[in-house]
Design a protein around this ligand. Structure first.
Ligand SMILES: O=c1ccn([C@H]2C[C@H](O)[C@@H](COP(=O)(O)OP(=O)(O)OP(=O)(O)O)O2)c(=O)[nH]1
Ligand SMILES: [Mg+2]
Length: 178
């Protein structure tokens, strides 16, 4: 009987490998990018220019704002991997310790929470995405296979006599409402 683990989503069938722990006692399973990416530096001129204009009380036109926001928006790095686990568990998504130090890459959501009911959801098969922002001063190239995060299986606790909702998850990132 399978308890918890990883599987490759159909889209990347023979294209990615299953996450492994890099040492005998590592807590996290390393998650790698399923494709190549160039992550633009958040300090691209568009963003700095808008900051300067706002700071000096100048008007910023809609297009300049849209451009600047584009830089701020996190990149969703596909992993090609989905995770199954027990109902009272989740997969905690954390940054790799070396990513901010060496590459200025941060997770804007701090940590990711992969719910057990996200697995095989009807919207995206439960593929795990890692949200990344490049805080370094230069663009960062992420190659397919680069380890960009780690997943740690964890139990979670619930409150006494909770009224459990019967709603079913249909997807990720806001699928259960604002
Ligand atoms: O970094 C992340 C965070 C979440 N997810 C997936 C798994 C998770 O089960 C689902 C929902 O994420 P979360 O609960 O953090 O977002 P939400 O805004 O609360 O969405 P929902 O309302 O669907 O729970 O999105 C990722 O792939 N990567
Ligand atoms: Mg949620």
């Amino acid at each position: 009987m399978k308890t918890r683990g990883f599987e490759i989503v159909t889209k990347y069938a023979d294209d990615v490998s299953l996450p492994v722990r890099s040492t005998k006692s590592s807590a996290g399973y390393d998650l790698a990018a399923a494709e190549d990416f160039v992550l633009p530096s958040i300090w691209k001129s568009g963003f700095l220019k808008v900051l300067w204009l706002i700071r000096h009380g100048k008007t910023v036109n809609e297009n300049e704002l849209t451009q600047a926001n584009k830089i701020l928006k996190p990149y969703l790095i596909p992993t090609g991997i989905k995770a199954y686990m027990q109902d009272n568990e989740f997969l905690l998504l954390a940054n790799r310790s070396s990513s901010p130090l060496k590459r200025g890459l941060i997770l804007p959501n701090g940590i990711g929470v992969i719910d057990s009911d996200y697995y095989n959801n009807q919207n995206n098969e439960g593929e795990i995405f890692i949200q990344i922002v490049n805080f370094s001063l230069k663009d960062q190239v992420v190659k397919k296979g680069d380890r960009v995060g780690q997943g740690i299986f964890m139990p979670f606790l619930t409150v006494d006599d909770e009224k459990v909702t019967s709603s079913k998850r249909v997807g990720g990132f806001g699928s259960s409402g604002k």
